[in-house]
Design a protein around this ligand. Structure first.
Ligand code: GLU
Length: 503
């Protein structure tokens, strides 16, 4: 391999929200670029104006920024190889179309949609190729005067690649090895349309990869069928082809078929990085960010869908991923989208996020419930319950009682744990507690336990009733950690209320 600087590109078409599979493609490009000290380019492939969706480009940029996938160059980032939006590069492509026409590697075709339909009806599995092109209206069957006249008279045309039949085309793929396709199964793909004066995806993609000095094309498996044509195009231009790597498909959780947007709706998990509102229908699709995922967790989760480090390590930071990633370790077969695993990753990353940061994220959730508390209290509460949650918003279920006194008591727990003598015991406990000077967890615990022992009470019975009075149910962290946070006054108030209500 040459010593050229590694340059990769992420080249989405702005046709809607960026699918999670596209995010993985961007991530693998990024990891590969950074590992090799290379550049990562954002190119927007918007030559198909019919499929253009407003807001999609902005969405793509915002998504990848949220995830920490950074570009060195491209739309929104600038650079020396621009413009990076294909719709702004029209003039550039025309020259290359002409070059292919002049060298006889491509030809002009005038067949109208009706004529093509007629052919399809006449010939089963009709394909525009070496076996049929002689029967069509194109620059191979018409004289050059006729061609010039048709163009002069405003007839629309396309430029097609002239694929020579019966040749084995080899796509050298870093993941799949040599993929060999016989050229006879390829059709003479349209490279350019006079109607909108724009090249199609194939031509624009190849020309731009060449002009932008892209060294590695890393993209989803769905583009593998286009790769033989791309190889032929590079050859037609006498350009070096970049290296290819076609990433494995993301499969539905059960492994049956490709993961789709509808699977997300059906199975209740996001397939988009950020929430997306379809500008046409107004439909809203959920996003990982809004569902409470930490970007690091999404990155780690996606990195392992199609690649693994070759050991059992599952938790990898972005810098570890950059260090360890390898295209040759990517799998050829599809990767099952295991959503439960995604939640597991988020749980793990919640544990490694500082309590202060989590407190900042939790404050808005508390505000939604109409409560607030000093930051250091929230930090302490989080340290006690974070190991029980996978999402910041779930902290509320685990911790609401710290901020809101119970107004009712869980029936089941009450039946089991509030006994005939509970009210009496809790009344005594109230007076024990009012005598505690230093209300730290340890001190209160020592005093209460001494009192229990002195009176020969059953520790479990006292604690169960105490917990029910403070929490309203049977859950929660160590009881004296709870009382320390609540403070003496509030602890007594809750005991009093429990006695009043449960008697
Ligand atoms: N525009 C294509 C896409 O939407 C790019 C495919 C490629 O990377 O060559 O994914």
């Amino acid at each position: 391999m040459s010593e050229k600087k590694v340059r990769v590109r992420f080249a989405p078409s702005p046709t809607g929200a960026l699918h999670i599979g596209g995010v993985r493609t961007a991530l693998y490009n990024y990891l590969f670029a950074k590992q090799n000290g290379g550049d990562m380019i954002l190119r927007i492939e918007d030559t198909d104006s019919n499929r253009f969706v407003p807001g999609a480009e902005k969405y793509i940029i915002e998504s990848l920024e949220w995830l920490g996938i950074k570009f060195d160059e491209g739309v929104n980032y600038g650079g020396n190889y621009g413009p990076y939006r294909q719709s702004e590069r029209r003039e550039i492509y025309k020259k290359y179309v002409d070059q292919l026409l002049d060298s006889g590697k491509a030809y002009i075709a005038f067949d109208t949609p009706e004529e093509l339909d007629a052919k399809r009806n006449e010939i089963q599995n009709f394909q525009y190729d070496a076996s049929t092109r002689q029967g069509m209206r194109n620059s191979l069957t018409l004289s050059s005067e006729e061609v010039d006249d048709l163009i002069k008279n405003g007839h629309q045309y396309v430029v097609r690649m002239k694929i020579e039949p019966n040749e084995d085309v080899v796509v050298k793929d870093l993941i799949r090895g040599d993929v060999v396709i016989n050229s006879s199964i390829l059709d003479d793909k349209v490279l350019y349309k006079s109607a909108d004066q724009l090249p199609t995806y194939h031509l624009a993609n190849i020309v731009d990869d060449h002009l932008m000095e892209v060294t590695h094309v890393i993209r989803g498996e769905e583009w593998l069928p286009s790769a033989p044509l791309h190889v032929l195009l590079y050859r037609a231009f006498e350009w070096d082809s970049p290296e290819f790597a076609h990433l494995p498909l993301l499969l539905k959780p059960d492994g049956n078929g490709k993961l789709s947007k509808r699977d997300g709706d059906r199975l209740g998990f996001p397939v988009f990085p950020l929430e997306w509102k379809d500008p046409k229908t107004g439909d809203i699709s959920s996003g990982y960010r809004e569902s409470g995922y930490l970007p690091e967790a999404v990155i780690n989760f996606l990195a392992l869908l199609g690649w693994n480090p070759g050991n059992n390590q599952e938790l990898l930071s972005m810098s570890e991923l950059i260090h360890q990633f390898s295209l040759t370790n990517c799998s050829k077969s599809g990767a099952k989208f295991d959503y439960e695993k995604g939640k597991w990753f988020n749980h793990k990353y919640i544990q490694t996020t500082s309590n202060e940061e989590l407190a900042d994220m939790f404050e808005p959730v508390m505000a939604e419930h109409g409560v607030s508390a000093p930051k250091d209290t929230i930090v302490k509460v989080i340290s006690m319950v974070k190991d029980r949650v996978s999402f910041v918003k779930d902290l509320w279920d685990q911790a609401s009682f710290f901020f809101v006194a119970p107004t009712s008591y869980d029936e089941k727990t009450r039946k089991k744990r509030w006994k005939a003598d509970s009210a009496d015991m809790m009344t005594q406990l109230m007076s024990v507690i009012s005598g505690v000077e230093n209300f730290s967890s340890e001190n209160t615990e020592a005093i209460v336990k001494a009192w229990i022992e002195e009176n020969g009470y059953h520790l479990g019975n006292v604690m169960n009733a105490f917990r029910l009075a403070l929490v309203g149910e049977g859950k929660g962290p160590h009881i004296f950690d709870i009382t320390e946070i609540l403070g003496k006054e509030e602890t007594i108030r809750r005991l009093n209320n429990a006695i009043l209500v449960m008697g």
